[in-house]
Design a protein around this ligand. Structure first.
Ligand code: AMP
Ligand code: GLY
Length: 421
């Protein structure tokens, strides 16, 4: 079959790579892609949030399946537009993608489905929001309801800071309309784990667990980023967690959304906190994590094309058991100096070939482009280097050994991804 992947980051490179290896897939297209994706897929200069152009591309190329990478095209309704035209799509409808795009909706769904989560208040009135702080103990968690480019969550040690966060979001509208409604919730204390489920509208499966490293600097210091590295499977999981995710999280949420007339097709990415009172769900995302996809997909042995096609056609129940390689994966992000703040682009990258020569390493491009015969930096996160091994220790060594071969000016990476705690 012919598959079109939407997006152009490291996650989409991993998707294109895995689809390109799948026996069921004859050709992979990617819009817009990047310099690395161009080595495994045919890249087309189309903005994935331009729904008319995406539809034209899918129909014109006669693609059998569209796989949506990032959240922006989902929130814009790309799955609805494609679905109405009869194009099979892996990714939720705009209404179902609200599980990520609206934190208040996510909380309602979790409450109705009986999923353990943090106690919360939601509303649109600044005075009521301030009064609602009385119901919580510090640290206060104040969240913009809508998509705010990962900046909409404030964890406030002091009440005054929480009141300021409320004012900035609701009155000053620093996140625009995304902050018109707020969620204030209980602080959950404990290690975070990500669980990646796939759903076909009625059924769900657990694909894998992972842990990501969100802070810019070693020791989880510095600013929040899109993610500086990841490891899969997540180390030190409590016994039974995978079954708990299947039975207490993925199945009830899939059923709840179906019951609301919003059948969910795509990735259900649950962010969990392992609290002293047991695991709780922090939030859902409607897509693969980036860089978590770069550690989850290389572990999958099943045909990814068949699997995503089965989800898009509501045929997951007949798919059978998923197969995995018995190996761990660790990915290290090579970022531009300054990220997540301002950074320079257009810097030449060397050592890509030397790094990809290794059989135990994969180099996924996140923000790169071609400048003549040079590959140059073109984003904050530039590359993600994945190492594979029999265990986390050897996967980590493989990732760093390959990453050591790659250079560009002002390269920044964390040295402690998947290091023993
Ligand atoms: P989100 O944008 O919802 O993914 O939140 C970003 C990060 O904020 C999460 O990954 C957590 O580290 C932290 N966070 C969000 N909500 C809570 C909470 N209720 N308790 C503790 N940490 C939280
Ligand atoms: N790495 C976190 C995310 O993709 O949301």
């Amino acid at each position: 079959m012919k598959v079109l992947v939407l997006g152009g980051g490291g996650r989409e490179h991993a998707l294109c790579w895995a689809l390109g290896r799948a026996a069921s897939v004859d050709e992979v297209l990617c819009a817009p892609g990047n310099a690395g994706i161009a080595e495994v897929a045919r890249c087309v200069e189309v903005d994935p949030t331009d729904l008319a152009l995406v539809l034209q591309l899918a129909l014109g190329e006669g693609v059998d399946l569209v796989v949506v990478g990032p959240e922006a095209p989902l929130a814009a309704g790309v799955a609805d537009t494609l679905g109405e035209a009869g194009v099979a799509t892996f990714g939720p409808s705009r209404a179902a993608a609200r599980i990520e795009a609206s934190k208040a909706f996510c909380k309602q769904v979790m409450a109705a489905a009986g999923v353990p989560t943090a106690g919360y208040w939601t509303g649109t009135d600044p005075g009521e929001a301030v009064a609602a702080l009385d119901r919580f103990l510090p640290p206060y968690v104040v969240k913009a309801d809508g998509l705010a480019a990962g900046k909409g969550v404030r964890i406030c040690a002091e009440r005054a800071e929480a009141e300021e966060a409320i004012r900035e979001a609701m009155v000053e509208r620093v996140f625009g309309d995304a902050g018109a409604r707020l969620v204030i919730e209980e602080f959950l204390d404990g290690p975070e784990v990500s669980a990646f489920g796939l759903a076909d509208g009625a059924h769900s499966v657990l694909l894998a667990t992972a842990r990501d490293y969100k802070r810019a600097l070693d020791g989880d210091q510095g600013r929040n980023t899109g993610g500086m590295g990841a490891v899969s499977p997540a180390p030190d999981l409590p016994a039974g967690l995978r079954d708990w995710v299947r039975q207490q999280v993925l199945a009830p949420v899939t059923a709840e959304l179906a019951g609301r007339g919003l059948p969910y097709v795509g990735v259900l990415y649950a962010g969990l906190v392992l609290t002293a009172d047991g695991p709780k769900v922090l939030e859902f995302n409607a897509r693969f994590g980036d860089p978590e996809a770069q550690v989850v997909l290389p572990r999958l042995a099943s045909d990814l094309g068949e699997l995503l096609r089965a989800c898009a056609h509501g045929e997951l129940a007949g798919f059978g058991e998923l197969a995995f390689h018995d190996r761990a994966a660790v990915t290290v992000v090579l970022a531009s100096g300054g990220y997540p703040g301002p950074y320079e682009t257009g810097l030449p990258i060397t050592g890509l070939e030397a790094a990809t020569e290794r059989p135990d390493a994969l180099v996924f491009h996140a923000g790169t482009r071609r400048d003549g015969d040079q590959v140059v930096t073109a984003g904050g996160r530039v590359l993600t280097v994945t190492g594979l091994g029999a265990d986390v220790h050897s996967a980590r060594a493989a990732a760093y050994t390959a990453a050591d071969r790659i250079h560009f000016a002002r390269l920044h990476r964390r040295a402690d991804i998947a290091a023993p705690r």
